[in-house]
Design a protein around this ligand. Structure first.
Ligand SMILES: Nc1nc2c(c(=O)[nH]1)N[C@@H](CN(C=O)c1ccc(C(=O)N[C@@H](CCC(=O)O)C(=O)O)cc1)CN2
Ligand code: MG
Length: 300
């Protein structure tokens, strides 16, 4: 068997198209323009790339984009002041602080200072609680993207066995909540799980989000299962030339693709969906802030 490849790049382009349609309808019908503010502290090279990409795509879908770039040694007080001003700015409907933050800043404190209604990353403790209790919330972008791809592939997820490998606050835990919300039987596994290969082998859906390169091999996958690989690991690739690197996921792609029914590649799988869902969340936040119906198919 060779798995169907789930093309996240194409899927993300489709989602951005739907967002652009929603934005143009908001403008035409209500004279509203959603605004997204991205705050970057420091000069982490990967974060620079993601933030640039977020700004470009925000403009492409017709939204207002604002960027705040702060020095690596910015104090917590100064960062909180920037967030306060964005909380109070009526032209801004979504705020995100790019992670990771420099070590001297308290990530929880910073995230929890964002107005939960503008927390388009869905990381604020209020949104975490709302999601966990099945209430309307802002949903973290990467798990939302995974859910959209799974719904698209399977139709209904009801009754399927899902194993999420990884228990991070940003991916593993919210992913498990979303799958539970779609009536999957959910197991959260992690690096300390006993008999991890056997646990993964039970799954109709495997979401790998542990941050360990190629940790999940093909012989852990049930034949025909759907494999969603959230990992983005950059490895040295001297075979491609001096100083070259290559990206791999948390799944060993070749061996898993030989047994799975469907699989997301790295790159070009989950990654592009993260930014598409950020734009979807910003549109949703703008609609909610103005008491308008939410865009269909772009929320959990
Ligand atoms: N505040 C946030 N910080 C971070 C988040 C987040 O959702 N909110 N997620 C990641 C970084 N991230 C967006 O911020 C992100 C990561 C990866 C991709 C992506 O498209 N990846 C490509 C490969 C890109 C490459 O070549 O390096 C892919 O997988 O195809 C987009 C966004 C951490 N921080
Ligand atoms: Mg810190």
């Amino acid at each position: 068997m060779s798995a169907q490849v789930i093309d996240g790049k194409a899927f993300a382009a489709k989602v951005r198209g739907q967002v652009a349609e929603g934005v143009s309808k908001l403008k035409a019908d209500h004279d509203l323009v959603p605004g997204l503010a991205v705050v970057l502290v420091g000069e982490d090279p990967a974060s620079e790339v993601y933030v640039r990409s977020k700004g470009k795509m925000t403009v492409e879908v017709g939204m207002k984009s604002v960027e705040h770039r702060l020095d690596a040694d910015t104090s917590e007080t100064d960062l909180l002041a920037v967030i306060k001003s964005l909380n109070e700015d009526a032209s801004i409907h979504g705020i995100l602080v790019q992670l990771p933050l420099p070590k001297h800043l308290n990530e929880d404190l910073v995230i929890n200072s964002i107005d939960p209604a503008k927390d388009v990353d869905g990381f604020h403790i209020s949104n975490v609680g709302l999601l966990g209790t099945g209430q309307k919330s802002m949903v973290p972008c990467t798990p939302l993207g995974c859910l959209m791809m799974l719904r698209d592939h399977h139709g209904s997820l009801s009754g399927l066995d899902a194993v999420v490998v990884g228990r991070s606050n940003i991916v593993g835990k919210p992913m498990a909540q979303l799958l539970l919300g779609d009536s999957c039987t959910v197991t959260i596994a992690h690096s300390r799980t006993k008999d991890l290969p056997d646990v993964v082998r039970r799954a109709d859906i495997v979401v790998a989000a542990v941050g360990r390169p190629e940790m999940v091999p093909g012989d852990w996958i049930k034949p025909g299962a759907t494999v969603i690989d959230v990992g983005i690991n950059r490895l040295d690739a001297p075979e491609k030339g001096e100083g070259k690197t290559r990206l791999v996921g948390d799944v060993h792609y070749e061996s898993a693709a030989a047994v799975a029914g469907a699989i997301t590649p790295v790159p070009g799988g989950v990654g592009p969906m993260t930014i598409a869902c950020l734009l979807a969340n910003t549109l949703t936040a703008c609609c909610r802030a103005n008491g308008l119906p939410e865009p269909e198919g772009l929320t959990a």
